[in-house]
Design a protein around this ligand. Sequence first.
Ligand code: ARG
Length: 475
Amino acid sequence: MAEKPWGGRFSEKTDRIAEIFTSSIDVDRRLYAHDIEGSIAHCKTLAKGGIITGEESDALIQGLGKIKRDIEREEFEFDEGLEDIHMNIEARLVNDLGKVAQKLHTARSRNDQVALDVRMYLRDETTVIIKNLIRLREVILDLASAHIDIVLPGYTHLQRAQPILLSHHWMAYYEMFSRDTERFGDALGRINVMPLGSAAIAGTTYPIDRHFTAKLLHFPKVAENSIDAVSDRDFIIEFLSAASITMVHFSRLSEELVLWSSSEFGFIEIPDAFATGSSIMPQKKNPDIPELVRGKSGVVFGNLMAILTIMKSLPLAYNRDMQEDKALLFEGSDVLKACLEVYHRMLPKLSISRETMGRAVSSGFLNATDLADYLVAKGMVFRDAHKCVGEAVRYAVSKGKELQDLTIEELKAVSSLIDKDVYPLLEVDSMINRRTSYGGTAKRCVLSAIENGKARIKEEMKPYCKTGEKAGKKP
Ligand code: ARG
C-alpha cells in the first residue's frame, strides 16, 4: 500500500475498512483526462511564476502525458489506498520521476483541484448535451413537417378537447426542448469558471497567475473568491436541475407514447426494433423504451434531491461530504445522454395511424367551441352561447348524434341565430384552420412555427459551426 501524503502527521496506518470507505477512485477515475490537463496547466503556471524551472515543468508535463497514455491503454494500476484520481496520478508521477514530481502539488490543494476537474468534465458534458438536444429538435422538426396534414384530438384532462394538427403537438415538444437547450447554455456560463489557485481555502502564498491558468484551460472567467471557489457546487445543482426539467419533458412525451401505443388509443405503433415482447404472453409488444425513459426521470430527480440535501447545511468551505457529488452528477448526465440518444433514433421510426387519429376527432363534440364562437359572431355574448351549445350537446347526446349531424331545424330549436352556414364551420378542416391566433394550430401558423424553429436552430448552431462541427454529426 502506498504512503499517504499526510503520513507525517499520523502515527497509525489507516484502517483497511476506513480506507475502502473513504476511497472514491472507482467513481472519480473518469476524471483522469481533465485532472491531467489541469495539472499540465498548473505546471506551466508554476514555471511562469518561477516556482519551478522550465525544465522541471517540461519533465512533469511529459510524465503526465505518459500516465494519460497508460490509463488509456488500461496499463495503469489504480490503488484504492490512494483514495482518488488526484492522488493516484500524483503517486504514479512520483514513482516515475522521483523528487521533481513532489513539486507538482505546490500552490494547490485537492480542494481546488477537484473543483477544477469537475467543472472541466461538466462543461464537456454540457456541450455534448446541448448538441444532442439540438439534434433531437431537428428530428422533431422533421416529424412536424412530415405530419402537417394529420389531425388528432388535443386533450385537456385527458378528455378530447379540440382538434389539433399532429405537427402542432410535436412543436410543443420542440418548444420544451428549446428551453432545455437554453437552460443548459445558461448553466454552462456558470460551470465555465476557473477555481484553481484557491488552494485549500484561502489562496496561496506563491506568485501564481490564475488568469494565465484560466487562459491555458480556455476558461472565460476566474473564480473571484477562494472560499467560494472550493465550496461551490451550485453548478452541479444547476446542471442536475436542468437535466431534471429535460427529463420531465422526456417523461411526459414517454407517457403519451405509452398511451398512444395502447390498443385503447391505437394512435401509433412503436417499431419492433424499439419494443420488447413478453416472456409469457406471445401477443404482447411492450413500449419498454418510453417506460424506461419515464422511469429514469425518477433517477435524475432523485440525484438532484441528493445533491441539494448534501449541500444544504455544509459550513464553508470544503467538506468531505462533497465527494458524493460526482456519482450523482455522472449518473444524471449518463442517463440524460442515453435518453437523448435512444429518442433520437426511435422517434423518426414511429408509425402513425392517421386514420385512428382522424376518427377520434370526428366524435365527442370537439366542435362545440366552434358552434359557440359562431353564435358569438352572430351577436350572442359568449356565456350565453356557451350555455346554448351545452344544451345542444345534451340534446345531441340524447339522440345519439354529433353536433354536425343535427338538422337545421334541430339547431334552430337551440337558437334561432343558427343558419345553414354553420355546417362548414363544424368541420375539422375549418376547426383547425380558423385557429390562426399566433401560436395556434392552423396549418399556416404551424408551418411558420416550423420555419421559425429551423431558423432558431441555425442561429444556435453558429458557435459550433465555427469550429467546423455540424448539428447532424454525433459529437
Ligand atoms: N476526492 C475528494 C473529493 O472528491 C477530493 C478532495 C479531497 N479534499 C480533502 N480535503 N480531503 O471531494
